[in-house]
Design a protein around this ligand. Sequence first.
Ligand code: TEU
Ligand code: CA
Length: 559
Amino acid sequence: MELRNGFKKKWWHDAIFYEIYIRSFADSNGDGIGDINGIISKLDYLKDLGVDAIWITPFYPSPMFDCGYDISDYKSIAPEYGTLEDFDRLIKEAHDRGIKVVLDMVLNHTSDQHYWFQEAKKSKDSKYRNYYIWAEGKEGKAPNNWYSIFGGSSWEYNEATGDYYYHAFFPQQPDLNWRNEELKKEMFDVIRFWLDRGVDGFRLDAINFLLEDAQLRDNPGEGQEQEHIYDRDQDDTHDVLKELRAVLDEYEDKVLIGEVFPGTPGQSQKYYGSGNDELHLAFNFLMLKLASYHLDFNAATLRKETQLWDEATKEVGWPVAVMGNHDQPRAYSSFGEYISEPYREKLAKGIAVYLLTSKGTPFLYYGEEIGMENYLFMDPEEFRDNSGKWLYNYLTKEKGVPHEEAILKANDWGRDKCRTPMQWSKEKNAGFTTADKAWTLINPQYKEKNVEDQLKDENSFLNFYKKLIRLRKEKEPLMAGDYVWIDNDSRDYMGYIRKSSKGEVLVLINFTDKEIRLDENMFINKREKINLLLSNYSDSTFTKDFILKPAEALLAEFV
Ligand code: TEU
Ligand code: CA
């Protein structure tokens, strides 16, 4: 099959991906922490859901300052997650079921506990000094004004050497120096290590942060408001990506998926390179814009963004559709803000319709399929994510903000709310662990929302997802088709036909809590009849009266 612009179809074009936040997915040995054997025990569930590939968040040894995104050994597995033998078994068990396995790879930085950094910080003569980025201070202050993602200067003073090292994220995550050939070789070796073990590709963490301006020039603007023109998206990052891609291409059929942050369409487009020499896929952080920044969300903004992404990827590759991940609020909660209470679940199903009828590879985040929601942590002692902890302390201790206000802000910025354990059943601890307590709080909502109950209920959220996934696989236009937009202006509903040489599928999503009557001539035209494939209402009347009920979302075919 040929996709647009002569791209040959690969497995990842039509695969359904599923992100597993390993610590919270399934605990097999009763220590309260999800693990590799836990994942193996749920492969049949994933297969049945229709998942074709899993992306597993970092499981390497780590002091866990950033929940595993601070790696201290790249070629091993943290004991709490299992062993390399468990991992090999996971690859085999997944592959036996036709499920691909993609690892999370953090190339931008290591943990400050990594042997390289421990050595590097001892002396300027260390063999590993040049693995990291060092600079002299200026008048007793940091070398420049670069501001870190998690707050504060990106530079940290090092006593032993009397100078500063650079960190885009926490000080516990020193950035690697990708201009050093030796370092590059070490990391490519890591990539080969896992490819040799049979993994099918990588999700590259914060890949546009890889290199910084060699002259360390100041960014325009200050603090959080600064424009990151010298500490992100440097031209030579693409040279490294091309080398990395060449390593990947030594193997057959592997995929490179990049987190380009914040990932506007124009910015991300560059990371696809010519279309065949950098990333295969770059995440689209639409939901981040809609949710984290509380933007004006409606059918028009979503349509516009979808069109921009389609345009941006047209020449160079293939888009991604994603509604949530381990850094973002749960989609169910974010979109729920835009509609009145009785229609929250309907709209969440509408968002699922959008996700699974979009052009591009869909990525699900664990628990999304049962409608898991944010869980607010009201006691700062319970925070597991240091970004929320940092903000809470900063606000209460340095800014004098009262607890009630600070805790909400810390929840907003922190990421614990979307990392609560998977809700498998209404048993104790949601069936996630047999331990007394899980490593983090469990959303008490598990009693009403869990896999076990939803599997039994024909109209459940989970079964809606399953039906959608099945339709996406059955109806070729939903994968390969182009968009034919039905109404390019409506702020209330989105309508499009996915059209390919094999046929057409109509998609309509009402984003409001009001009925919308459509003019059938808009889409039915010369076609005889319209046949409903799926609606989030079991009593949809659309094919008779062309009325979309409040928050109704549907797929239909012309016959
Ligand atoms: O995220 C990159 C990133 O920029 C986001 O962390 C974002 O700024 C933040 O989460 C907003 O709340 C990746 C990982 O996905 C994230 O979990 C890591 O913390 C980060 O890199 C550092 O490795
Ligand atoms: Ca465990």
